[in-house]
Design a protein around this ligand. Structure first.
Ligand SMILES: NC(=O)c1ccc[n+]([C@@H]2O[C@H](COP(=O)([O-])OP(=O)(O)OC[C@H]3O[C@@H](n4cnc5c(N)ncnc54)[C@H](OP(=O)(O)O)[C@@H]3O)[C@@H](O)[C@H]2O)c1
Length: 334
């Protein structure tokens, strides 16, 4: 089968792009609980970029096939699965192991990391159904559990941000949105957001302090990390929690311990793979039904800026990296 591969990690972005190759790979035998998928599409997410640059928790043997999610049609199953019931069904799949990823013609998925998609589920949303909608859903439960009235969201023009904003709207929870470009401030305001800050504005710190004092956000969802998180922690009210779920700045956290000790503020982490395991299969399927319905009804929508073929991988990923907020780039085998 044809697949995109990389021979090692490349810290440098342009070296990484130049070293993505189309390779012929053998398909291994299916294990009992595995599903063979003919892939229809897979996105490039920030976690894929982090993996390719050697900045991600999951490591693979090289040469490696990247891609942590995607969708396609089931064409084979391991012995413990019902081949006749599953063959021909469209699924969304996810992988977090040291195994070939989804940027390939065919993908072997563990049954537990697959979700059957309804026939009326929008086909263009299928490749991007597993990671971001469930991450946003899982993260947002933290805010609901806290019973708060305002949340903070950075990288707010991204996809996870957009989904969390939609959940917040439905729950009547206010959102303080933080972006890093003036055009994204405008875009979110056009979408009806009233609380939007640009972290690169010269007045950002004082504007944020004023807004936080007024709205007292109880939970922050942080995909940026680095110094930005320290600042958020500093200005959030007592008992607030920051849930870090991404490290887009590439920088480590350094926090004022006094804020943790004397103001009972908290920093925690979120990882989708762990959340899926903790949620359990039955509940995951219930959430999947709910989320699929929201996409079918047009309440949730993923921005997709481009669909590319394997031979466009370099230009396609470059476009994504320079315009992340414009939407996902979907990679297709043909
Ligand atoms: N922990 C988990 O299980 C989990 C699961 C899913 C996603 N995530 C993480 O969630 C984050 C967002 O993912 P996504 O798919 O929503 O991303 P996305 O749609 O591709 O968009 C990324 C967003 O982040 C902004 N951004 C990029 N680098 C930034 C930086 N250094 N400082 C501030 N903003 C920056 C981009 O803005 P510009 O347009 O200005 O570049 C864009 O709005 C990523 O870190 C991803 O790894 C984590």
């Amino acid at each position: 089968m044809r697949a995109i591969t990389i021979d090692k990690e490349y810290g440098n972005l342009s070296e990484m792009l130049q070293n993505l190759r189309i390779t012929d790979r053998p398909l291994r035998e299916l294990k009992d609980n595995e599903i063979l998928v003919k892939m229809e599409g897979a996105p490039c997410n920030p976690s894929d970029i982090a993996f390719l640059r050697g900045m991600y928790q999951i490591k693979k043997d090289f040469p490696a096939v990247p891609g942590f999610e995607g969708s396609g049609i089931i064409i084979g199953c391991g012995k413990s699965l019902d081949q006749s019931a599953l063959t021909g069904k469209r699924i969304s799949c996810f992988i977090q192991d040291n195994d070939d990823g989804t940027w390939a013609e065919y993908f072997i998925a563990k049954a537990d990391n697959c979700l059957l998609l309804r026939d009326d589920f929008p086909k263009n949303e299928a490749p991007v159904f597993f990671i971001n909608p469930f991450t946003a859903y899982g993260l947002f439960q933290t805010a609901l559990d806290k019973g708060g009235r305002t949340i903070v969201l950075n990288a707010a023009a991204g996809q996870v941000g957009g989904f969390i904003r939609q959940f917040a709207k439905e729950a009547g929870i206010k959102v303080i949105n933080i972006v890093r470009r003036p055009q994204h401030v405008e875009k979110l305001k056009q979408e009806g957001e009233t609380l939007v800050l640009n972290m690169r504005d010269k007045n950002f710190r004082q504007d944020a302090l004023k807004m936080f004092n007024e709205y007292q956000p109880e939970t922050g969802f942080d995909a940026v990390a680095g110094e930005h998180t320290s600042f958020l922690l500093e200005i959030m009210p007592r008992y607030a929690e920051i849930v870090v779920y991404g490290g887009l700045s590439g920088n480590p956290l350094s926090v004022d311990v006094l804020k943790l000790i004397f103001e009972s503020k908290r920093i925690s982490g979120f990882n989708l793979g762990d959340w899926i395991r903790q949620t359990g299969r039955q509940k995951l399927e219930e959430i999947s039904d709910k989320l699929q319905q929201m996409f079918i009804d047009g309440i949730l929508r993923t921005r997709i800026q481009k669909t590319i073929t394997f031979d466009e991988i370099q230009q396609g990923l470059y476009q994504y990296l320079t315009k992340m907020s414009d939407g996902k780039v979907i990679i297709r085998a043909e």
